[in-house]
Design a protein around this ligand. Sequence first.
Ligand code: URA
Length: 433
Amino acid sequence: MRMYDIIAKKRDGLELNHSEMEFFIKGCTSGDIPDYQTAALLMAIYLNGMSDAELLDMTLAMRDSGRIADFSGIEGHTVDKHSTGGVGDKTTMIVVPMAAALGCKIVKMSGRGLGHTGGTVDKLESVPGFRTALTHEEIVRSVNEIGACMIGHSDDLAPADKKLYYLRDVTATVSSLPLIASSIMSKKLACGSDCILLDVKFGSGALMSDMSEAVSLASEMVKIGKSAGKRTAAVLTNMDVPLGYAVGNSLEVEEAVRILRGEQKGDLYEISIELTAHMAHLASGLPMTECRRLSVEVIDNGTAFEKLKEIIAAQGGDTTVIDDTSLLPKARFSCDIKAEATGYIAHMNTQKIGEISMILGAGRAVKEDVIDHAAGILLRKKTGDAVTQGDVIATLYTNDSEKILESVMAYESVVTYSEVPPEVPPLIYDVIK
Ligand code: URA
């Protein structure tokens, strides 16, 4: 078999078969296939798309390019959740303890933030002592004893994705729907859980800004998950407005705690209930109405909040900062942003808000950047809220005073106002099963 022929076949719009796909993924992972040939095939895929069979073959070959996590030592069905990424998306820190309080078993692997989106690992590292790297034995013990752990991604899972993503990034092929689907699902399948819930976001702060593209991505990923023998579902959620009120690491931990203590309702609470209910439904088969009722109950009776503390303690974290969030890292400088008009907030450029949070120090422009756990933004008003000129609509936090002016000017341009209430789109658009 020659890579040249595989590229030519795909260039001409023909379907690659199982062995050709396996040859490609194996060769690209081992380095036997040079990067220029891999890049050429990626462009041919970008231009011609992939059949369902090709997409499944590619995803499974990518999954098999490294270790597949083996959680057979965990009693019960394991359930995973993956978000395609958003601004202020701290749902993992909320739904993992909620689902564990409902009896689900969760090994949640998360990444670090890059660009305008944050990463759960960075958020959790706001908690002093919290370890996101656990041994296999520690993972199995924690999940059997308390139901969940929250850890970082392991480099030996789906290594083909790392190679392919690097080449996609420099060949303008990142935005190919089948390449995104295979990238995400190869890693999820390698993580080894029995059930997978996908939170596919659309809107100005999302990977897919267009809703119909997000629906197509969700459908492809659900098909892949099911074909690979996993119970899989996708919830399509709106990311045209940041989720909740906090953007930035320790600010988001604080907000997650407020939700788990039952002190904050609204969009973040609603989506957390819905995601937890879907996780429980996938794992247990109980009806959704019952799973929703139980999800509300674990917040109301405090068991989800206690579960968060158990998880943090089991991973070496200091739970006193969870009991008293004023002890979390705090920024030295803050600055209020005031409404420029009277009326309603008509729209917020969510991606830009994520970028401003990054400028303040909460995120990374490049992988090597060091983050400031205390930096970020607290939104005081969101899309649809009534405002009077001069009202505080957001507060910016940083430890780098030189970033304030640039960030204030940038924030003023992300919000638009209207005299009449804008139409606020639903938070949850659809569920694909
Ligand atoms: N997230 C991934 O893991 N892969 C992509 O290709 C895009 C987003």
